[in-house]
Design a protein around this ligand. Sequence first.
Ligand SMILES: NC(=O)c1ccc[n+]([C@@H]2O[C@H](COP(=O)([O-])OP(=O)(O)OC[C@H]3O[C@@H](n4cnc5c(N)ncnc54)[C@H](O)[C@@H]3O)[C@@H](O)[C@H]2O)c1
Length: 345
Amino acid sequence: MIRVGLIGAGFIGRNHFNQYEKMPGRARVSALCDKEADRLAGDWSRIGGNIGDKQGTQRDLAGIKPYPDWHDIVADPEIDLIDICLPTRLHRETASAALVAGKHVLCEKPMALSLDDCDAMLAAAAKATGQFMIAHCIRFWPEYAYLKQAIDDKRFGQLLSLSLRRQAEYPSHSLNNWITQPGLSGGALLDLHVHDIDFALYALGQPRAITAQGWGSSPDGFDRIHALWHYPSVPCVQLEGYWDMPPGFGFNMGFTARFAKAAAVYDLDRGKPLSVYPTEGSAFTPDLPDHDGYYAEIDHFLTCIEQNRAPALCPPRDSRNAVALAHLTADAIRANRPVDVPAKL
Ligand SMILES: NC(=O)c1ccc[n+]([C@@H]2O[C@H](COP(=O)([O-])OP(=O)(O)OC[C@H]3O[C@@H](n4cnc5c(N)ncnc54)[C@H](O)[C@@H]3O)[C@@H](O)[C@H]2O)c1
């Protein structure tokens, strides 16, 4: 049984908590840390979010050790895995400390705000005995995992174009609205768009160059990003991410992939499953697992811990490179011209 110390009982911390509850016998949240007393006591009525959680607001946390200070949960010898669901600016310090303390560490995306912070985390991981993974859930999302397999095995022929989209109303769920402050979250680029950056990197590898447009309501961050990624092998790759939609829009993520012999289309908010439209024959809906990417990412990381192997589906170096590509996207927007992507990011 893997004993989990969960840090951050906010939107995504609550979600991770729910996933561990689905894995009895494998993992158990043994300790919880949050600086907010109500959250630590199980009153989760102030927690918001945009996807993946319909549970109640009052939780029975009996038997779970409460820690107001993250240093104490990291030092707890009865914890095997530290799961970090804190605001992004705290990822470096907490993940590095937990790795030094000999814990396995799962840390929410984005890895960190700066490449310096990412590199410090990689350096801590290189010396650590525990496993380390950034929770890039889209790699594990069944529809996206299917798309990745179809790209790899060419079951529909060559990929001709890929459009990845992530669209949201302005976020309002985070505690004290830290997500809307680019200095704390990296804005829509590092908080939202990074999901598709990471998936494109996973599915297609590094692009040769990036062209991008964007705008932000504050000078140091972006609320909307439209990017073209240039590859020699795929004619059109487009990533769009924005959280500037009016209230009531909610949240959507999706993709359109045009292969030589089919198109695959998915939109979370469409009320329609992933659909494949072959150029010959009838449209069909692939059979997919009924869990979401949050469950699958944690399942993968627990398997890695159980089998003492590194998380091959989501290596931390890729997560670091996703942050590097986000910064290059910002450069491309500001320069208003294509930016070359160096072979070594
Ligand atoms: N994978 C996804 O789909 C996804 C979704 C949302 C958020 N995230 C990521 O998860 C992280 C957290 O985001 P969130 O939306 O859950 O934020 P949130 O504001 O909802 O929750 C953060 C929690 O951390 C606690 N906290 C803050 N500082 C603390 C400290 N010093 N010590 C202890 N507790 C502290 C807060 O009290 C709060 O409960 C971010 O990095 C974000 O990018 C990922």
